[in-house]
Design a protein around this ligand. Structure first.
Ligand SMILES: [Zn+2]
Length: 123
């Protein structure tokens, strides 16, 4: 990861804070009330599902984020929005991917069953 860039964030509690800016970060860093709230985040990549009713529907957006001054965990996480945003380490994110693959199989089973039900309905 390139850490060559730095940004200066004005904070109410620590004045101007100069921090390395990760290459993936797209967050605007003009000011924060508290230094602990400084957060890097990257671009969101959603799962795009084509729908007949609403075109492409976006779900499960994933992005990278870190809070360098977090007292609990300053590491980079992948963050995925499910019912709310959840943080994952690499193993956790692999588990999400495995769940998605499993769910894709469930959706395919439902698609075949739905096709069969529709075929019965039209006989
Ligand atoms: Zn940043």
């Amino acid at each position: 990861m390139s850490e060559h860039r730095t940004v200066t964030v004005h904070t109410a509690d620590h004045g101007d804070v100069v921090i390395p800016e990760p290459q993936w970060c797209i967050a605007p860093h003009s000011s924060e009330g508290y230094r602990v709230d400084i957060e890097h985040y990257g671009t969101q990549t959603p799962l795009l599902v084509p729908t007949a009713c609403h075109g492409l529907a976006a779900a499960l957006p994933v992005l990278f984020a870190s809070r360098p001054f977090s007292p609990t965990d300053s590491r980079i996480h992948a963050v995925v929005e499910l019912d709310q945003w959840h943080e994952f380490d690499p193993a956790g994110l692999d588990a999400v991917a495995a769940a998605l693959v499993e769910h894709a199989a469930v959706l395919r089973v439902h698609a075949r069953r739905l096709a069969a039900l529709l075929a019965e309905e039209h006989q």
